[in-house]
Design a binder for this molecule. Structure first.
Ligand code: ATP
Length: 134
């Protein structure tokens, strides 16, 4: 469609989204980037964050937990290990994940994988941030 961006979001378990939209705002490793139809081709790594899809005056929000985005002449594809629409987020599960990660990070005695716990905490915080406002 003229002046629309063709967007696909793919996770290991589903084709989460496929359609034409006005704009996508994604969280890259260097901050939020807005993409419109006609953007120059690029591949970028995604940080954990909230993805915003704007279309016809409406917004859809999703937690996207890493992966990458590829923009080509055909449109934009996001491939990620995990993503949820705001209304799919299980807030209790995210709170439990946050508490588990915080407990691991506090336990300086144990031989824990700090980076892994930090990443789990970050995923939980993104989900809580979006899930609490759904
Ligand atoms: P947990 O410890 O609760 O599994 P996690 O951050 O390790 O959290 P991920 O590995 O990011 O989980 O995701 C595994 C799968 O579970 C993905 O399909 C993801 O979409 C889903 N998922 C994880 N947490 C939630 C949540 N709070 N609400 C809805 N889906 C979730």
């Amino acid at each position: 469609m003229a002046n629309k961006l063709s967007l696909k979001i793919i996770t290991p378990s589903r084709n989460m989204f496929e359609g034409d939209v006005d704009m996508v705002i994604m969280r890259t490793m260097s901050g939020d980037v807005g993409i419109l139809h006609g953007h120059q081709p690029m591949v970028t790594i995604l940080d954990y964050g909230v993805l915003t899809i704007k279309n016809d005056g409406e917004e859809r929000l999703a937690a996207v937990l890493g992966g990458f985005a590829e923009i080509s002449a055909d449109g934009m594809s996001i491939l990620t290990d995990a993503a949820e629409w705001s209304n799919e987020i299980d807030v209790v599960r995210a709170k439990e994940a946050k508490e588990r990660a915080e407990a691991r990070l506090k336990n300086t005695q144990a031989n824990i994988d700090i980076k892994r716990a930090e990443l789990a905490l970050k995923r939980a915080l993104v989900r809580l941030d979006l899930g609490a406002n759904k």
